[in-house]
Design a protein around this ligand. Sequence first.
Ligand code: NAD
Length: 310
Amino acid sequence: MKIAIAGAGAMGCRFGVKLQNAGHQVTLIDNWQDHVTAIQEHGLTVTTDDGQDHITPMTAKRPADVTERFDLVILFTKAMQMDQMLQQLSGILDNQPIVLTLANGIGNVETIERHVPKDRVVAGTTVWSSSLTGPGHITVTGTGSISLQAIVPEKFDELPALIAALNAAHLNASPAENVLAAIWKKAALNSVLNTYCTLFDCNIGEFGSLPNWRTLNDAVLTEFAAVAKAAHIQFDAAADTTLIAAQFDPDKNGGHYPSMHQDMAKKRPTEIDFLNGYVAQLGKKLGVPAPTNALLTQLIHSQESLRGIK
Ligand code: NAD
């Protein structure tokens, strides 16, 4: 398969190298010039669990330099970078490739649908992880899985072939039964853990040790449940709370600082508008107030401003 990874940061590079090692023809596409140049000149360096560095020669390009066509475009920008990436790639989308998003946050499918026919879009969630250590260098730990579904399943018969292509690269992909519900479930978890850990400058275990963590959690999830109900999206706040509490264990994710915390520390914009911010906005549109999520969004944006992040 000819595969473009559009947004080749931490996750895009991890997926890209695995897909290339499985025999797919992969092009990494990214706007960060130093990163693209480093991969072009020295290959992609992947540091694995055992501390070993693995260098793989890979094709890397800026969006403006991409002219070929692809069977599959995997969008792995941050949610707020997706619209720009799709605009930059508009010239190569005319052969109607499959466009897959596994990015975090709600609203990515709506962004993609502005550029790509709905029946070519596949969305999902993933628990793979990765860190961008520097230009041309990622650090990876553990394994993961992917759950995915076409946005118009009745008009898309390529899901088994797509899953087979991903699984040839040992990405552990399987079909989702209700991908929008899965996206909301993950976004709700991130809207609690990412947001509070960033505001309190703490890791997941420390958040879980707060005597009032449950009150803070419920304030976010009660609004998620009300907005999801009005939008006809399946959402179970109690199940999400159980999933969140399971992360506090030091043997699970207790010692981990969520990605929003890392973005803030590195002075990079956060995905808050696609988490708590999305629910606050959708609630406003549907006449369902979501003041806690609106306030948390403002608090994160204030912290971004104080750090000079645009
Ligand atoms: P990332 O921040 O590593 O990369 C996203 C984009 O930002 C890339 O285009 C990258 O080149 C650019 N970028 C990164 N650092 C930069 C710098 N210093 N200067 C200029 N540009 C820079 O994003 P990611 O972690 O791969 O996440 C992609 C999506 O996947 C997000 O929606 C994220 O929430 C989600 N996700 C991430 C993980 C993870 O472990 N990283 C896990 C699951 C889901």
